[in-house]
Every structure is written in C-alpha cells, then in structure tokens.
Design a protein around this ligand. Structure first.
Ligand code: ATP
Length: 357
C-alpha cells in the first residue's frame, strides 16, 4: 500500500514566501493524481516535499501509512522524474537507467540486465548504447521514466513530464504514460499547469492556488461542478462564463436585461440575492431573435477552433462566449442571442470567495 497523506503541510521559503499553507491532501494507493494550478501556486514544492528534497516547515508527509517527514529522499522509496529529465549526458541509455541500481550497489551484470529489460519495456531496445544527446525528446523522456521504474519505487513523482515535447509528441506521450501507469498501478503524482493534460490523464485532480487546495475531484467532477469561480475559470479549454446577476422572486436570475433559467437551488435564495451566473461556452447556444431566456449582444470576435467556433458577444449582460458548430453562420458586428442550457447552469456566491451555492 502506498497511499500518500499530506497533513497540515506548510512550507516557508527564505524571504517570507509561504509556498504551501496548511495543505491537506490524500492520494490513494495506485492512483494517477494531478497537481494542477497556475505558475507559483506550489505544485513543484509539494512534489519536492513528498520526495524529501525540501523539508516541510510544519505538517507531515506519510507514505503507505508511515510518517516519512524526516526521512532523507533515499529512504522514501519514491522516484522523481524532472521536467528536464536530468539525464547524465555522458552516459549511455543503459547506464542512465542502471544508475539508481548502481547507487544501491546492485552487481554490474544484474543491473545492466535489469536496465535493458526496463528500457525494453519502454521501447528503447535499439537505443541502449546511445547517449541522451543522440535521442529525440520523447525518447529522452522514456529514458527518464525507465530510470524511475528500474528500482520499483512505491511512488512516482513527475514534474511537468510532457512539457519538453512538441504538441504532437505530447499527445503520443500522454497516451503512453496513461497506459504505462495503468499497467504498473504505482501511485503516481504529476504536476502540470495544463488543464487539458490533467483532465486527460488523471484519476483525480487537485486544483491549487496560492499554496492551498481549491478543489479535489475526478476530471468529470471538477469539469461539471467546479467548487468555486477560481476552479471554474481554470478548468476547461475555454473558461466558464461568469456573469454578475441577481436572483428573482420566482427563482430565475436577472443578468443585464435577460431573465435566465437557474438551478432549482435558486428557489431557496431570497429574491435580490447577488450571484455569479456560471455557464460553460459549450452549453450556450445561439438562438434566433431576442428571447427572455437569452442574453443579447453584438458579436465582437469569432475564433475558428476547427470542429467548432468560439463566438464572443458583448451586451448589457457583459461578455458571453459560446461554442457553436463550425458550419453555423456567425459574423462580427451582427447581433446575436445566447441561451444557456438550464441543466448546466451553476451559481456562485460573490460574497464568499466565489463558492458554489
Ligand atoms: P511553476 O508552475 O511556475 O513551476 P509551481 O506551482 O510549481 O510553479 P513552486 O515552484 O512550488 O510553484 O513555487 C511556489 C512559490 O514558492 C512561488 O512563489 C515561488 O516563487 C516560491 N519558491 C519556490 N522555490 C523557492 C526557493 N527555493 N526560494 C524561495 N522561494 C521559492
């Protein structure tokens, strides 16, 4: 069992930077877990603290039920893959992969065989005698993975594992990584600032800001029901529309001059309650003519997304974006009417840090 439990984890760096603030996080055994958040939110610090490369200022790190907070990295049974892969440039693939076994004083023949076997599992058999400089980015990444796998650690830690690959390689490596993790079933924590990557790969995601966890959930949960406006605007290929509105006496929401449908919960809010009206652009459609349940505005921008178009409307309700089919006619400068899909509307509390109502 190699669940990871972070309890009250705080990390202060010299100079008064609080990188982690009483963080609580439990990662299940065998889980593929993403740490997602904007630059500087503390993702790498969490990873380094789990690895033992940073000491926590307060709080504890437990792996497989054992408190490892004060253990050095070498005694935690974790393997970390760094963003730049940190391969030894003068060593061959075999020697790079065998390196951690050498540190553990595994006899030469045994470690070379083990390294060749692991590298083979990752499709590197033909590259065993090459040096990192003679490999593609994707191959270098696999060498780094093989090196991490060679010691059969309890936990894998990946810091932005795909960031050095070009867009196409990234997709390939993503699928590869997901399959590998399924096969190995080793608890894996990976850091990314790319929400699409987190949604595609992870069993569960922790969304972070300012050293705090803002939501933990499956990709579906954080996409469908973001717990606050921060998560709502961070997850999704286009951010959720967040419009200032007021609950009406009959349980709708007044947004500008439109009276929009609201979730059933709105009925329990007193008329006049200010809310943030959340609807993803994917769940907004353009309708003909002005309608009570649609916001009207002028189309200011139309972006071609390939299979769809992202349309931006400016009107009395503010700025609203809609994803519409690629064959729908939408022209900048014309008036359009945008209607939200009622069952996908979420209301947030503007007075409580944008928490889901
Ligand atoms: P990025 O996505 O940019 O890598 P991150 O989410 O991984 O960011 P961290 O690298 O964990 O963030 O940094 C968290 C905060 O701690 C940031 O404000 C950063 O400037 C600060 N920080 C990180 N390392 C140090 C250090 N060695 N000394 C001082 N401050 C640091």
């Amino acid at each position: 069992m190699a669940a990871i439990e972070l309890t009250g984890l705080t990390k202060d760096y010299p100079g008064g930077v609080r990188a982690l603030d009483s963080l609580e996080l439990t990662i299940a055994d065998g889980e593929f877990f993403a740490l997602l958040g904007p630059s500087g939110c503390g993702k790498t610090t969490i990873l380094r603290t789990v690895a033992g490369l940073e000491q926590a200022t307060a709080g504890t790190v437990a792996i497989g039920g054992a408190d490892v907070t004060r253990l050095p990295p070498g005694r935690r049974d974790v393997a970390m893959v760094f963003q730049d892969y940190a391969l030894f440039p003068h060593m061959t693939v075999t020697d790079n992969v065998a390196y951690p076994l050498r540190i553990r004083r595994v006899p030469t023949a045994e470690r070379r065989a083990k390294a060749a076997e692991t590298a083979g599992q990752l499709g590197l058999t033909k590259q065993l005698d090459r040096r990192p400089g003679q490999l593609s980015g994707g191959q270098q990444q696999r060498v780094a993975l093989a090196r991490a796998m060679a010691c059969h650690p309890k936990v894998f830690l990946f810091d932005e594992p795909l960031s050095n690959l070009d867009a196409r390689m990234r997709l390939e490596a993503r699928t590869f990584l997901k399959r590998l993790q399924r096969e190995l079933a080793v608890t894996t924590v990976f850091v990314t600032h790319d929400q699409a990557e987190a949604l595609a790969l992870a069993d569960r995601i922790a969304v972070l800001s300012d050293g705090r966890v803002r939501q933990v959930g499956t990709p579906t949960e954080v996409y469908r029901r973001p717990a606050n406006t921060f998560v709502a605007s961070f997850i999704g290929s286009t951010p959720m529309n967040l419009l200032a509105g007021t609950v009406t006496a009959d349980g709708h929401v007044q947004v500008g001059d439109a009276r929009l449908p609201a979730p059933a919960a709105a009925v329990f809010l007193p008329g006049g309650t200010p809310v943030v009206y959340g609807i993803r652009p994917e769940y907004v459609r353009l309708v003909a003519g002005p309608a009570a349940d649609a916001v009207s505005g002028e189309i200011t921008v139309v972006e071609n997304l390939g299979s769809s178009q992202l349309v931006t409307l400016e009107g009395p309700a503010g700025t609203v974006q809609a994803v519409i089919p690629e064959d729908t006619d939408a022209r900048p400068g014309t008036t359009a009417h945008a209607s939200p899909r009622p069952d996908r509307v979420l209301l947030y509390d503007p007075d409580d840090d944008g928490t889901l109502l």
